[in-house]
Design a protein around this ligand. Structure first.
Ligand code: ZN
Length: 159
């Protein structure tokens, strides 16, 4: 089922997500499936629970064609080396800008099967992870934009 994507300035986008206790429950599994369907339909490379009006601390990314699910993620390491890339957001259509983020991150999370994982991301996947992680803490990329752009040179985007 496709889920409606909330658009800025919807106040829900500024909320704080809650821990998921039952990853294998029907409700959580259905939400994950629906988020996946919604992200693919929107041609996004990332989608966070808050963007579809849900409190569950879950986000998805499309990592070079492979969809990865992050439940209760925690970024436990951010590299001091930074990268600047152009970002967009399914919740803020038509707006693009340059954002500086860590070049690499290590994330501790549960996957959709409830398995605890620790994984390092760098470059574009690291940007997407940081962008989605921010969403579930009520932070949007426009809070961090160095300079607005035309969206012609997207390296880091949801769409
Ligand atoms: Zn976004």
């Amino acid at each position: 089922m496709l889920l409606p994507i909330l658009k800025q300035p919807h106040p829900f986008l500024r909320g704080q997500s809650q821990r998921v206790d039952s990853i294998l429950s029907d409700e959580t599994q259905t939400l994950i499936n629906n988020m996946q369907e919604t992200m693919v339909a929107a041609e996004g490379i990332g989608l966070a629970g808050r963007q579809v009006g849900r409190d569950e601390n879950i986000f998805l990314i499309n990592n070079h064609g492979r969809i990865m699910v992050f439940v209760n993620p925690r970024i436990i390491y951010r590299s001091r080396q930074r990268q600047v890339g152009e970002e967009g957001c399914l919740s803020i259509p038509g707006v693009y800008g340059l954002v500086e983020r860590s070049k690499a991150v290590i994330v501790k999370y549960h996957d959709e099967l409830g398995q605890l994982r620790l994984r390092r991301f760098k470059d574009l996947p690291a940007v997407v992870v940081q962008h989605e992680y921010d969403h579930n803490r009520g932070v949007l990329f426009i809070d961090k934009v160095l300079e607005y752009t035309a969206g012609e040179d997207l390296i880091a985007e949801e769409k």
